[in-house]
Design a protein around this ligand. Structure first.
Ligand SMILES: CCCCC/C=C/C(=O)SCCNC(=O)CCNC(=O)[C@H](O)C(C)(C)COP(=O)(O)OP(=O)(O)OC[C@H]1O[C@@H](n2cnc3c(N)ncnc32)[C@H](O)[C@@H]1OP(=O)(O)O
Length: 390
């Protein structure tokens, strides 16, 4: 809602200390003989420096007091019934009746002073302060109503260890309950993620293979289950190549933004494995049977633009401007009405939830067998002995 003169430019920068000093001086000025024209002008400038949007109700109040101070009681005709914004502004001004200009000026100055005080106590904290503690393989931050979960093993291309699967589940669980509107999953470094850490298959004593395969299937069921059940919009910010499970679960996200440097690779057959992340169901639905088969069975690696053309990716951005463009977009989306967004997400997902859980269970029991196969073991040994890479 734009209100000329009274409320503009909430995001113009000002150091917290100058805000505090000005708020304090405004508070002091209101005590003695009433607000002067100078106080009023200073308050108008102060409004432009507020970092936090005070909301439409307060903006209307400010607008009304501003008009009353500068023009006196409202004496213009009421805007038409469909001119909603101007009607709301007119109503707010008209509600002040015959309030004297001096009182309106004082009230305006007082209101801005209160807003400035609460604004300066909610200044943006530095990145280090926003980082949520307790994660070793992730960096989790919350800002602008967005919780960002960043996989943080760049030297290993963000390969997913058992600890990382568990931490992602914990971070999702926490994010489902925090006050964020959107949740983002992304990767640190040049890769989004190289998929399952193949070291997860190592150091298993000979007699423990079946038990470990079963544990792996339970972990995978729970991990994918978190994405199926997640109640808020999930956004994947694909900063680089993505492999294996980091690709398959994309079918469970609501938005997938990719750098043009990203690739999408699901080499399950080469690894003696089979699809997971509900991709055996979501991929044919998203891209059609033939394209899904080429990816999931024959391991065709897609470029970001190909993945976008096939509907797996929402939009591709040039790598040089990727972060800036994506985060600008997400910050705008995060201001949408939160409850409406969450209810829409849940309505869409609820239609499929039961089916997705059944697919997840089916895929995992097939994989549990696959992990015990010679084909799978040979592929892992080849990679770890550096005979094979994707
Ligand atoms: C329990 C749940 C199971 C869920 C089922 C999931 C299935 C999948 O996700 S299948 C996909 C598995 N992933 C792979 O097969 C990828 C294997 N990695 C590679 O082929 C390559 O590393 C690469 C193409 C991803 C990158 O190649 P390059 O740019 O040449 O970089 P490096 O190979 O030198 O990698 C640097 C460093 O990172 C280690 N690493 C990378 N990916 C993995 C991985 N997935 N698992 C284990 N380690 C990985 C790599 O070994 C290097 O380590 P150092 O040699 O110690 O530097």
């Amino acid at each position: 809602m734009a209100m000329a003169g009274a409320v503009r430019c909430w995001r113009l920068g000002a150091g917290p200390s100058s805000l505090q000093i000005q708020a304090l001086s405004l508070h002091m000025s209101k005590t003695a003989m009433g607000a002067s024209q100078k106080d009023f002008e200073s308050a108008m400038n102060q409004v432009k420096l507020l970092k936090k949007d005070p909301g439409n109700e307060v903006k209307l109040k400010l607008y009304a007091l501003y008009k009353q101070t500068t023009e006196g009681p409202c004496n213009t005709p009421r805007p038409g019934v469909f001119d909603l914004i101007n009607k709301a502004k007119w109503d707010a001004w008209n509600a002040l009746g015959n309030l004297p200009k001096e009182t309106a000026r004082q009230n305006y100055v007082d209101l801005v002073s209160d807003l400035s005080s609460s604004d300066s106590s909610s200044q943006v904290k530095p990145e280090a302060d926003r980082k949520q503690p307790g994660y070793e393989t992730l960096v989790v931050t919350s800002e602008d109503s967005i919780t960002k979960i960043m996989m943080n093993r760049p030297a290993k291309k963000n390969a997913l260890t058992v600890q990382m699967y568990r931490e992602i589940m914990l971070a999702l669980e926490a994010a489902s309950k925090d006050d964020s509107t959107l949740i983002v999953l992304t990767g640190n470094g040049d890769y989004y993620s190289s998929g399952n850490d193949l070291m997860n298959f190592m150091n298993i004593p000979p007699g423990e293979m079946e038990k470990e395969a079963k544990n792996g299937a339970i972990l995978l069921r729970d991990f994918v289950g978190c994405f199926i059940d997640f109640p808020k919009p999930l956004v994947a910010v694909i900063n680089g190549p993505a492999v294996g499970i980091s690709v398959t679960i994309l079918g469970l996200f609501d938005l997938v933004y990719a750098s043009d440097r990203a690739t999408f690779h699901t080499p399950f057959t080469h690894l003696g494995q089979s699809p997971e992340g509900c991709s055996s169901y979501t991929f044919p639905k998203i891209m059609g049977q033939a394209k899904a088969a080429e990816m999931l069975m024959f391991g065709k690696k897609l470029t970001a633009r190909e993945a976008c053309a096939q509907g797996l990716v929402t939009e591709v951005f040039p790598d040089s401007t990727f972060q800036k463009e994506v985060w600008t977009r997400l910050k705008a989306y995060s201001k949408l009405p939160r409850n409406a967004l969450h209810i829409s997400k849940q309505s869409i997902r609820n239609l499929e939830k039961e089916k997705l859980h059944a697919v997840n269970a089916g895929e995992n029991s097939v994989l549990q067998e696959r992990w015990l196969s010679d084909e799978c073991m040979n592929a892992v040994v080849s990679f770890l002995s550096r005979k094979a890479k994707l």
